[in-house]
Design a protein around this ligand. Structure first.
Ligand code: 5GP
Length: 194
């Protein structure tokens, strides 16, 4: 997605060979116009998948997901990160390890918001090692619902996430694919079709 790539080049900060900071439009301040275009791009890519619901993870997945939900006219659920609870009868929960923060979070979704009849599009802001996306996919499977696909705003293609997701049989669509962050420079994989 050209507008997204242009914005990353203009405003993204390369913190290391592994980490890209985009807090001026996605992770702290949010640019609604760009988010709306991101929502439209997800809607185009998953057209024909009969999506009934979007699932994301708080907090940075919410903005692109809400815009995609608006365009696709489906509800958006965000999984909550929380301390382990003892009482979780009405929740689907999974452990998600964060390589950036080096901690494990329990993420939870109320059983009320996922039904076996749902076809769920999972959306996240970044794809690195695939832990967050695959944790959400496990929750969808626990609920007996179907994963319609996984939509990512920024994929770091030099890490293993996209490969792991494809190996598990899920379709992944990333709007910007970063080939490398070496030497303080963002380089993209130049195969985006939309
Ligand atoms: P994964 O679960 O795929 O290993 O990592 C994805 C999650 O880690 C995303 O939800 C995002 O919050 C965070 N993350 C991973 N890499 C980056 C990065 O380079 N920049 C930012 N801002 N977040 C990242």
């Amino acid at each position: 997605m050209q507008l997204l790539k242009d914005t990353i080049l203009k405003e993204g900060l390369v913190l290391s060979d592994q980490v890209l900071k985009v807090d001026s439009f996605l992770n702290h301040q949010i640019q609604p116009h760009l988010m709306l275009e991101i929502g439209k791009a997800f809607s185009r890519r998953f057209e024909g998948e009969a999506v009934t619901k979007i699932l994301t993870l708080e907090s940075s997945g919410i903005a692109p997901s809400v815009m995609a939900g608006l365009v696709m006219n489906v509800p958006v659920v965000f999984a909550r990160k929380q301390k382990s609870l003892t009482l979780k009868d009405d929740l689907w929960t999974e452990q998600v390890y964060s390589f950036t923060k080096q901690t494990s979070n329990e993420v939870a979704v109320s059983k009320r918001f996922l039904a076996p009849s749902d076809r769920v599009l999972i959306i996240d802001d970044f794809l690195a090692h695939g832990e967050a996306a695959l944790g959400m996919a496990r929750i969808v499977e626990l609920a007996g619902a179907a994963v319609a696909g996984i939509g990512i705003v920024i994929e770091k293609s030099f890490q293993q996430g996209a490969e792991k997701i494809k190996q598990q049989g899920y379709r992944v669509e990333s709007l910007a694919r970063v080939a490398s962050l070496e030497n303080g420079q963002v380089r993209f994989i130049e195969t985006e079709s939309q």
